[in-house]
Design a protein around this ligand. Structure first.
Ligand code: WTA
Length: 580
């Protein structure tokens, strides 16, 4: 109790003071091929300047700063500078739309936004700043915008509000004396999808979060900072990029790779080329990416020297055994252990995982809780299920990096996590135990979908669809997809007026609706499929039965329809599907 710390000092200053200032913190690889190494000493100066620049804009301890950047070193610098000031950051994934950014900025009441002119994606410069302008137009809490120059594209700068990041950092002192904060001081808010339309601002604090991210970086990823080159491919817009790019590895003083682009640009061997060129030893990615690489064929990774790899990690969704085996054999040459790590935005750090070199692995199972963590699989009544059975995944004891709440909504915090079972944290996942007690995580049991390892809410996409003038009602389900794990499938009922007025129909309308969802949330939320139907299956109390729609989307026989208010609805939908 009463301990004080500064997360940025732990991630940066400490390593410089220990004499490791010359160690590379980041090997940055830009998508167009530009390279830039940053040592811990250089990073030290950058975070101090960035902290001073934020102070110059009036940012004080406790103020929120929104960060909307591509995957470039400045993203980590910006996060650590906020941490240095005790100003919680709220990172918003650069792939989210202006509308999604607006909601998150407004909910967190951010004072400053840090963004860039844009970033490189699939060989092109994509813009970011216009989305910020749109997101803070009209009433806003934002007083200033700092803009990193990345793509050199034209940017409208608002006089008195917008500043270039490089100029702001040049204009201030290179040193900053840190303050130390209570271990429970808020470190960040990160929005994630829940079961209602509104994203939840997950709140993490400093001491426990840093402890568990550092512990797991050391013992699960097995980072030895003096010799490893570590690469986590996640974007800082997601929790994996927070815990396993900006905090855990940095707390250990690791050398890591930051790569701006996608695995297939400009060619499908891009990741393996980076592993070979930089001698990456620890690699952490998502099953969806591994499945994509599998599809492209083993000849591609076989063309590179991957012998430096010694630990491989997986995160974000269940990894199917085929992908696990391919990852192990083709990428790890059968000698690099795989750590399949289960955790969530809410848990802050890895909770279930094999320990590399210790646990004998099972392809497809995250296996056992790491030391100090108590998880279980329980039935409806909260009783632990025997080995060989399935149920709900729960955490039975508090853990260091656990979320401390939902920003501004204590009631939702209790409802979401602490009301399903009285005494346990309810993770929202289904799981089973095998005959040896290993845990196999099966996927979400609530209205949250997992598409390419990204969490999306069915109701958030439904709200986006019904905000379109042609749509009267919408139901969204996550259907199994061989590449992305799940895919977004939407069923919509059109407004009578829209049909009568001969507004867009058919393919044209479907395209318009998909684009509308991209505008409202972001391209990652675009439905794979949108089906126009006359009715939706509902219970007598008016609840949409998504289970039945999932049967249709996954082309299965439709299950039990006896609880439907009108049992003929499913016949009509199935018939319509057959026609299509
Ligand atoms: C899923 C990502 C199976 C799970 C760190 C969880 C997994 C949700 C695994 C959290 C895994 C994550 N095996 N499922 N190894 N890792 N999940 O908040 O459904 O983006 O509840 O955090 O991803 O997603 P989030």
């Amino acid at each position: 109790m009463g301990g004080k710390l500064n997360a940025c000092v732990n991630a940066v200053d400490r390593h410089v003071e220990a004499g490791n200032g010359d160690r590379v913190a980041f090997h940055f690889v830009g998508e167009p091929g530009d390279r830039q190494d940053t040592t811990y000493a250089e990073l030290h100066e950058k975070v101090q300047r960035a902290a001073n620049a934020l102070i110059a804009l009036g940012v004080e301890t406790g103020d929120r700063v929104a960060i909307y950047l591509p995957m470039i070193p400045e993203s980590v610098v910006a996060m650590l500078a906020c941490a240095r000031l005790g100003a919680p950051h709220s990172v918003v994934f650069g792939g989210f739309s202006a509308d999604a950014l607006r909601t998150r900025i407004a909910d967190g009441e951010a004072k400053v936004v840090i963004t860039a002119d844009g970033g490189f994606r699939k060989g092109k410069a994509a813009t970011l700043k216009p989305a910020v302008d749109k997101a803070i137009s009209g009433d806003t809490t934002v007083t200033n915008v700092l803009v990193v120059r990345r793509t050199e594209s034209d940017v409208d700068m608002v006089e008195g509000r917008d500043l270039w990041w490089h100029e702001a950092l040049e204009a201030v002192e290179p040193t900053h004396t840190p303050e130390y904060f209570d271990s429970e001081h808020p470190l960040f808010i990160l929005y994630t999808s829940g079961t209602t339309g509104k994203p939840k601002g997950i709140l993490h604090t400093t001491g426990g979060y840093l402890t568990q991210t550092a512990f797991t970086s050391k013992y699960v990823h097995d980072i030895h900072p003096e010799k490893d080159v570590y690469w986590c491919t996640a974007d800082v817009g997601w929790v994996t990029g927070h815990s396993y790019v900006s905090y855990g590895p940095m707390a250990l003083g690791a050398t890591q790779v930051i790569y701006e682009g996608t695995p297939d640009s400009p060619h499908k061997g891009r990741w393996w080329e980076i592993v070979q060129d930089l001698g990456v030893t620890i690699f952490y990615t998502a099953p969806t990416a591994i499945r994509a690489c599998m599809k492209w064929g083993r000849d591609i990774p076989d063309g590179y020297d991957l012998s430096s790899l010694r630990v491989l990690g997986s995160v974000g969704e269940p990894i199917n055994p085929e992908a696990w085996v391919w990852y192990s054999e083709v990428v790890g040459h059968g000698k690099a252990p795989i750590v399949d790590t289960w955790w969530q935005t809410e848990t802050g750090a890895v909770m279930i995982s094999p320990m590399p070199g210790v646990t004998s692995t099972r392809p497809g199972s995250a296996q056992l809780a790491i030391p100090g963590i108590e998880v279980d699989v329980v039935d409806e009544s909260g009783a632990s299920v025997p080995d060989g059975s399935g149920g709900y995944l729960v955490v039975k004891e508090p853990w260091p990096a656990m979320l401390r709440g939902i920003w501004g909504d204590p009631e939702r915090y209790v409802d979401t996590y602490w009301s399903r079972f009285e005494e346990f944290y309810f993770a929202g996942d289904g799981a089973k135990k095998d005959s040896d007690g290993n845990i196999w995580v099966l996927g979400r049991v609530d209205d949250v979908m997992n598409v390419s390892g990204h969490r999306l809410s069915t109701s958030e996409i439904e709200s986006a669809l019904v905000s379109h003038s042609s749509v009267a009602e919408a139901a969204v389900v996550g259907a199994n997809d061989p590449m992305t794990g799940q895919a977004v499938c939407a069923f919509v009922i059109l407004r009578g007026e829209a049909v009568a007025a001969g507004d867009q129909q058919g393919e044209e309308l479907v395209t318009a609706l998909r684009n509308h969802v991209a505008d409202r949330i972001g391209p990652i939320a675009k439905p794979r499929q949108i089906m126009v139907v006359a009715e939706l299956p509902k219970t007598r109390s008016g609840k949409i039965m998504r289970r039945l729609l999932r049967d249709v989307a996954e082309k299965r026989d439709v299950g039990d329809v006896t609880t439907l208010a009108d049992s003929t609805v499913m016949d009509a939908i199935s018939a319509e599907m057959k026609e299509n």
